[in-house]
Design a protein around this ligand. Sequence first.
Ligand code: NDP
Ligand code: MG
Length: 393
Amino acid sequence: MQRITILGATGSIGVSTLDVLARHPDQYQVYALSAHSKVEELAEQCARFRPARAVVGSADAAARLTVLLRERDLRTQVEHGEAALCSIAASADTDTVMAAIVGAAGLAPTLAAARAGKKILLANKEALVMSGQLFMDAVHEHGATLLPIDSEHNAIFQSLPQSYARQPGAAGVAKILLTASGGPFLNRAVETLEHVTPDEACKHPNWVMGRKISVDSATMMNKGLEVIEAHWLFGAPAALIEVVIHPQSVIHSMVSYVDGSVIAELGNPDMRTPIANALAFPERIESGVAQLDLTSIGTLQFYKPDFARFPCLALAFESLEAGGTAPALLNAANEVAVQAFLERRIGFRDIDRVIARVMHENPHEAASSIGAVMACDARARAAAGSIVAGLAR
Ligand code: NDP
Ligand code: MG
């Protein structure tokens, strides 16, 4: 029996994870679940999966959850706050941690799982973007296992040799080809992008996801974050990572080798496939995803990305080249700008303007400790907040 903690159980990835787990009750047992504020959803999940512990974001949410659980006669222990998240991630009573909190809020508990040597299924790419080297050092130092959930990185993971040791040269890797759908605005007239609404930006052509990552896909910041994520996961320099637009999202990414071979992972765009892959690795389990029907798809297309249409992608490459806390600056500014856009305080194109200003007006430094990264994150949030306030006026 594998015992599992899901950080962010009520989100899009969390719900898909529970869907896969429910198909294999003999193999997996839920130890703990977390949500931020969706207590009704979490109570339903507790009723169904009977975790020992449940964590929410505030004392108020914890009180409401306690009432809901009592009504259902459930004995799940209710806690709240970051220390409790770290505790369910690092507990001796759990083997595997699904890191599916969105944004920087996921860093501390995911790091706690790494330091406790857990098997980490990493969806929360922002944690790795912010603290890359420090996070990977913690994984190696404490013997944790890191398996990528992000569909592209899971595809790359499946397309690399099993003995791969984060040395692309030694494995004969010539390029990592990171595919991108291009999001909902791939072909929309650039001059109309100023005025797109949050709902238009969240309408992804192929994937159903949380709102933050959906906006990231529309700006292609998601792909930028994924370039940085690939850099840390696979030890690949930026020059080795190429973004390829592939609107059908059938090829989830590829590895191209020095002998001319290209190995790809294909499938229907459904996150339950990478989730099942990482859960069961190195075995395979059923995920509930239908088999790919290539003849009904017919055509697969590929294009070069347009960096002028998607300035966020260029900013992400720039932050990776700059190194240190530059990706943490980029990530924090992006989180603030996306939130402001979702709340209709700034326009869609303001997102990249806010990020560029935060990056260019704030120095980055060595990412010497998690404290330094968090301080940089806080500075970038404050800077982005005042730029947003200026734009919103
Ligand atoms: P959602 O917004 O759907 O879910 C986020 C989860 O995190 C929810 O459980 C939410 O709780 C919780 N949460 C939100 N804010 C906080 C906070 N401040 N502290 C603690 N918990 C919090 O996001 P997704 O599932 O779409 O994405 C999760 C992560 O996975 C992201 O990092 C994303 O980039 C990554 N990812 C997602 C993919 C997808 O298909 N969705 C694909 C690849 C990667 P509540 O529900 O109570 O608000
Ligand atoms: Mg992805």
